[in-house]
Design a protein around this ligand. Structure first.
Ligand code: ADP
Ligand code: MG
Length: 363
């Protein structure tokens, strides 16, 4: 099912009489989600991810704009009539019901021509349980399950009605690190198998990168960039996106462009084309540094952290916006740990130049 969000806007009026400022939670969101894809809605807390999802589900009404599932305008439809499956961070299972009863519940509530025979309901419940690999746990109560298993039950409950669209709001946030990894791979597998158009909300860039076909990066209700995960990482449109993606995070310097040369401090670090002379912000990915004793960028060496395959060099530079610079280099490099200075040359495709004024990328 293709899903279109058309100029979708949600404004929450102020409840505070002294401060009439309203909150524009989602601001003119326009995007068509291709059929059968998994979309990661990514951004910091408060940027409007959940509000976007609630509008898609029908739990919240947009202030303006329309929502289409395929050709159907669903903007005025109630949640029950949209055919969406919803999964939240807190699994929200019925504690007094078994896993089986929890999964059956949405089917038992179907009315009219959607109503199913008891046999059919059971068959569907078991098929869905098998899909999320909890078919052995059907007689247990939620309290007898791990967090990961509970979340699978919640996903099964969302899938059992065969929704047109699956909406997941930070579904992994309550799981510990290992389960989070495992469950996110499960979600990817289930999505591939069912081919249900899925919107996955997260504030965790690594999670979004690893699971999504396309990432939508949001900031303060406004879409910043939509692209494949690797493309967003390789070609961030602005400083915010560059900073939001990547671990360790991108290193940020104050710099300037003069006569087609990029300067950090007094050091000419790179040749650039088609950028007018101006003060700029320079972003350098940790993997963009090459250890080079004749390299143009000099930093003060603080620490060398051995990580096995790679080495992480921690250094400082007066023009860095962050207290430390982190560069990841191959462990085969010989590093003089006692040295005070370390010099780098830079990989041009790992260096991004942003306008100091607008923080937009200068290409
Ligand atoms: P996210 O899910 O990205 O953390 P939300 O969509 O929950 O963000 O919230 C977006 C903005 O809208 C925030 O500033 C939040 O405080 C505000 N907001 C969300 N829900 C309400 C509400 N029911 N009433 C007023 N403001 C709200
Ligand atoms: Mg949220």
């Amino acid at each position: 099912m293709e899903v279109t969000l058309q100029n979708l806007t949600k404004i929450f009026p102020s409840k505070n009489k002294k401060d009439p400022t309203e909150v524009v939670a989602v601001n003119d969101f326009t995007f068509t989600i291709p059929d059968g894809k998994l979309i990661g809605l990514l951004g910091p807390s408060g940027c409007g991810k959940s509000t976007t999802l609630y509008m898609l589900s029908g739990l919240q009404k947009p202030t303006s704009g329309r929502i289409f599932f395929g050709k159907d305008d669903v903007t005025e439809l109630t949640p029950e009539n949209r055919g969406v499956g919803l999964v939240f961070q807190n699994y929200a299972l019925y504690p007094h019901m078994t896993v089986k009863q929890n999964i059956l519940f949405p089917l038992q509530n179907l009315k009219g021509e959607d109503k199913l025979e008891k046999e059919e309901m059971l068959k569907r419940a078991y098929e869905t349980a098998k899909l999320v690999q909890i078919d052995e746990l059907m007689e247990r109560k939620p309290s007898e399950l791990s967090g990961g298993q509970q979340q699978r039950v919640a996903i099964a409950r969302a899938l059992v009605k065969m929704p047109r669209v699956l909406l997941l709001d930070e579904p992994l946030s309550n799981l510990d690190a290992r389960l989070r990894l495992q469950t996110r791979e499960e979600i990817k597998r289930i999505q591939r198998e069912t081919k249900i158009t899925t919107i996955f909300v997260t504030h965790d860039q690594e999670e979004a990168m690893s699971i999504s076909d396309l990432i939508v990066v949001m900031k303060l209700g406004v879409i910043q960039q939509i692209d494949k995960p690797q493309a967003v990482y390789d070609n961030p449109v602005n400083l915010f996106v560059a900073k939001f993606l990547g671990t360790p995070p991108i290193n940020v310097f104050n710099g300037k462009v003069l006569n087609n040369e990029l300067y950090i401090g007094e050091e000419k670090v790179l040749k650039v084309e088609n950028v007018a002379d101006q003060e700029v912000i320079v972003g350098i990915r940790p993997e963009g540094f090459i250890l080079d004793k004749n390299g143009p960028l000099s930093c003060n060496l603080s620490n060398v952290e051995v990580m096995g395959r790679d080495v992480s060099i921690v250094s400082t530079n007066p023009n860095s916006q962050n207290p430390i610079i982190r560069s990841i280099i191959d462990a085969d490099n010989e590093i003089d740990h006692e040295s005070e200075k370390v010099r780098f040359s830079l990989k041009p495709n790992k260096v991004f130049i942003f306008s100091k004024e607008t923080e937009k990328r200068l290409f």
